[in-house]
Design a protein around this ligand. Structure first.
Ligand SMILES: C[S@@+](CC[C@H](N)C(=O)[O-])C[C@H]1O[C@@H](n2cnc3c(N)ncnc32)[C@H](O)[C@@H]1O
Length: 269
């Protein structure tokens, strides 16, 4: 009967919508509850392009992981803001190319943790740790991470559709620096970030999350650019999601702003 009581990060609170479950509902997943679906419906009613935006985000994530492992030679990935399991999870894409890839997942949502532990049971070279992105020191000190990642080799830090849940007061740029700091040059950062630049209604969408476990902060292109300043941007740089190394199946290239989201892969000097 802990349900409906207590801290959402520790107890099961289906009554409070959470970003992971709202996103799952937007993707047509099954790991969400009426409170999450109510917000997802309002998101779609306020800005219908959200439907394609979240799907473009998953496709960008898969393309970026494929690039990192198959082309850039990265063999360890730190995916913060894992989300609920869906098609083409990071370890499946990475280990599908090279089973030796080591993947550490991090999320602060206990429902994500439950599903991740279930999914990863018996999977080699993969771990889930529950932490908040705002505590990079705790993430990097976690024994589960330290048991898997080699700090002497490059890592790819994935912050895909998570930094818009971090307000400026929590210093997103400082968080990126602290996460990359212990890893060598040639490490990577993958970022996707929702904006209101193409669709002003996204500011209203962001407001819908005031009732959720986390607020939502859209940023402009310049603000997202500032988050990766000092890193070398991999071609084609900071672009709308479908424009980032599109594949034969990538849609929306005629109207890329409908993805509502910028994407970038950057390399530590
Ligand atoms: C929109 S989902 C993105 C999932 C996945 N990265 C993707 O792009 O498909 C955002 C995820 O970030 C997690 N998240 C949000 N704020 C967080 C924080 N401060 N610390 C850790 N995880 C957080 C949520 O629980 C959710 O699973």
């Amino acid at each position: 009967v802990a349900t409906y009581r207590g801290d959402w990060t520790e107890t099961f609170r289906p009554d409070i919508p959470s970003p992971a479950r709202i996103y799952d509902a937007l993707l047509g997943g099954k790991d969400n509850y009426p409170a999450d679906r109510a917000i997802a419906e309002k998101v779609l009613a306020t800005e219908p392009a959200s439907y394609v935006g979240v799907r473009q985000n998953r496709a960008f994530l898969r393309r970026a992981v494929r690039y990192l492992v198959a082309e850039a030679g990265v063999r360890q990935l730190l995916d913060i803001g894992t989300g609920l399991p869906t098609a083409g999870n990071v370890h499946e894409v990475a280990q599908g190319i090279d089973p030796r890839c080591r993947v550490v997942y991090v999320d602060n949502d206990p429902v994500v943790r439950a599903h991740a532990l279930d999914l990863l049971h018996g999977t080699d070279n993969t771990a889930f740790i529950k932490h908040d992105l705002r505590d990079p020191g705790e993430i990097l000190a976690d024994a589960g991470l330290r048991g898997l990642l080699d700090f002497g080799a490059p890592v790819a830090v994935l912050l895909v559709a998570i930094l818009h849940f971090i307000g400026d007061e929590d210093d997103p740029r400082g968080i990126i620096d602290r996460l990359l700091e212990p890893f060598p040059a040639g490490s990577y950062l993958v970022l996707s970030h929702v904006t209101a630049d193409s669709r002003p209604k996204m500011a209203e969408v962001a407001k819908l999350y005031d009732q959720a476990t986390s607020r939502f902060f859209v940023r402009t292109r310049d603000e997202v650019q500032a988050l990766v300043a000092g890193l070398d941007l991999v071609e084609p740089g900071l672009v709308w999601l479908p424009q980032w190394r599109p594949g034969p199946d990538t849609g929306l290239l005629d109207e890329p702003g409908r993805s509502l989201t910028y994407g970038v892969v950057a390399r530590k000097r």
